[in-house]
Design a protein around this ligand. Sequence first.
Ligand code: PMP
Length: 406
Amino acid sequence: MYDIDKVRGDFPILAREVNGKPLVYLDNGASAQKPRAVIEAVTKAYSEEYANVHRGLHYLSNLATDKYEAVRGIMARFLGAGSEEEIVFTSGTTEAINLVAYGWAMPRMGEGDEIVLSVAEHHANIVPWHFLRERQGVKLVWVETEPDGSLDAEKVIAAITPRTKLVAVTHVSNVLGTVVDVKRITEGAQAQGVPVLVDGSQGAVHMPVDVQEIGCDFYPVTGHKLYGPSGSGAIYIKRERMAEMRPFMGGGDMIREVSREAVSYNDPPMMFEAGTPGIVQTIGLGVALEYLMELGMDNVAAHEARLASYARERFKEMNWLNVQGDAPGKAAIFSMTIEGAGHAHDISTILDQKGIAVRAGHHCAHPLMTHLGLTATARASFGLYNTTEEVDKLVEGLELAHRLLG
Ligand code: PMP
């Protein structure tokens, strides 16, 4: 049984008011709130257990290193990786995808090689590939979403040619909530010898993930959406791919020896972790992952599916509300416009007056917005602590926005 009152009680910020109204936090797609366990772990790490990791031989450094390194195993368990050596810590998904672009893709792609992407990608899974297009003549091949916002896995597979070197697709769209059949895409791509990167920024937040079952080669996640600290994150990299990678950033910790003439590198995954990392952020992320595993990601997914279907029912009553994407099984992420209402920012401002936090804008997904013929939407994205009562408050707020703007 999912005890929503207990879950809400775990998140101190949910007790506060905004603009004189109880906070209704529906901006989880941008960043999620933190449970007390994470806040306390971060405070404890700084108050009692802080030092730099990996380098010291003193007590606190060893303690911090043990706590930090333990998160590699927790992350491996959370993602279903075969080994913690397949986990590289990063500051988030953006750094993780850049690591793949610089460390794996750049040395092995040249003029005319192709990367298959969907139009529903976040800029973090587009711009690093544009670097390869600009600098090395790599061609970006785009697959469009269907009218219901779904991404047809067969169309992604059909876009693969003998020149394709990588398929990079999101697990869940941060704008439409569409869940992509990344297992089928991976199967189809790998049958043609093409590795697959699945952007797990939104996927790992909303459902249980097993990277070995998906079979993908790269699966980045970001800590701040997983109810952990910002500046933390990781990427699962299949062992064979990691062996093919060259280092991305150079500096301390990623080396074995440095002389005037030469440098030799640490073993992977350390080879890809240069400099002092987000020590406490990562320790906090480990606690967030344990919190999620204790709740059970299948329970989280079931709770959010109930919220999504309730919201979809309520939105159907509002014939002036345009919700983008209605793909079956979509995650509880709703991008909306109101007929006749000027800009999505106005919707968000009106909702804010009611204490309801949503995001308005292009959601770092320009190609998708262009495909949808929109410049901006107001996005309500639900998390594990949201309730059907909050859906009702959102509906009331949208009705007010419609009266004022429509
Ligand atoms: N990909 C997707 C699908 C996202 O939603 C986001 C965050 N909005 C990112 C990538 C970027 O992640 P980060 O915040 O870790 O840079």
